[in-house]
Design a protein around this ligand. Structure first.
Ligand code: BDR
Ligand code: CA
Length: 317
């Protein structure tokens, strides 16, 4: 498949794999995706930094992409202790995949240093965070000049209509490090945001997984096992749905085919203080303030096209 709306700008993926981060990366790294990935930077989130960076190297290795440098970043949020999500993703963070230690090395350069260096030296760079925003916020704080160099930040995080998935009023990535999220959402950079409002509209169902199995490829078999593991059941049980959100894959789907999503231009503020609503994304959907509308907030997705795209990218292996 050719992706007419594909982004040609250089990319940094910042992630905490996680099965949905894994699918996002597998789509982005796939043969023929055409995406220009300059680095994968890793942050603690779904599980510890040690496991997340091992998982990122394992995924790149599974994809045969030993050319993309992988950097480990922050091992804890800016102010709060690390909260993880092993109950969703499993003790290794990738329930359902056979875990191994890949040969693919970790770069000696730390993730934050790599982000600052690439932002300063590569024009029109796009950051794609799909975990807590600690690495990106730390880079913006240490090197405020990079804000003017970043073309766009494509974020999986937050919720408006769907409220929350880790507390009644917060989505996991923003909840884990709300202080970092505040720095990123306040930064003078264009943001494109995929929160629960849209990720809950693209639920992977058994029929999709059957198609992935029917590919009869090594990648298809591995992902079938992952998508039939306890991970897939967690959200179905919690939300009473017939399918599972693959939240982070929305970012890569947007990079490949932006026209399957629709957006509303909004301002987003982050709650950092309240114990009750920590990590809440206050989305000015009805323009009640004159704050800058610097976020394209995803409101809808063509779910059929989303899964055609996902299965097409998995079939490319
Ligand atoms: C987000 O939280 C993590 O558990 C997932 O990887 C995703 O990035 C969804 O709330
Ligand atoms: Ca994630």
């Amino acid at each position: 498949m050719e992706y007419s709306a594909a982004i040609s700008r250089p990319l940094i993926f910042d992630c905490d794999p996680g099965q949905d981060d894994a699918i996002s990366l597998i789509m982005a790294l796939s043969p023929g995706s055409g995406l220009d990935i300059r680095a994968i930077t890793v942050v603690a989130g779904n599980t510890s930094l040690a496991k997340c960076q091992r998982n990122a190297r394992m995924i790149a290795d599974m994809c045969g992409r030993t050319d993309v440098p992988i950097h480990a970043g922050c091992d804890a949020p800016l102010k709060f202790p690390l909260a993880t999500a092993e109950e969703v993703h499993g003790v290794e963070g990738l329930d359902g995949l056979e875990i191994y230690e890949p040969d693919l090395p970790l770069q000696s350069e730390a993730a934050v240093d790599a982000i600052i260096r690439l932002c300063r030296t590569v024009d029109n760079i796009v950051l794609v965070p799909t975990g807590p925003l600690t690495n990106i916020a730390t880079a913006l704080t240490r090197a405020p000049d990079i804000a003017a160099r970043i073309s766009e930040i494509v974020i999986m995080g937050g919720a408006r209509a769907e409220a929350g998935n880790i507390t009644p009023s917060a989505e996991f990535n923003i909840f884990v490090d709300p202080h970092a999220a505040k720095i990123v959402f306040d930064a003078p950079v264009k943001k494109t945001v995929f929160g629960l409002d849209v990720t809950h509209k693209a639920l992977i169902r058994d029929a999709h997984v059957d198609r992935i199995k029917a590919l009869d490829t090594d990648m298809g078999r591995r992902l079938t096992a992952m998508l039939r593991s306890d991970y897939a059941d967690y959200d179905r049980a919690k939300f009473g749905t017939a399918g599972t959100p693959i939240h982070d894959a929305c970012t890569t789907a947007y990079l490949l085919q932006s026209d399957i999503f629709s957006f509303k231009s909004v301002n987003v503020q982050i709650e950092t203080e309240s114990a009750l609503t920590r990590g809440h994304t206050s989305v000015d959907y009805w323009q009640m303030t004159d704050r800058p509308r610097d976020c394209d907030w995803a409101v809808d997705v063509d779910a059929d096209q989303f899964f055609e795209l996902m299965i097409d990218r998995i079939a490319a292996y």
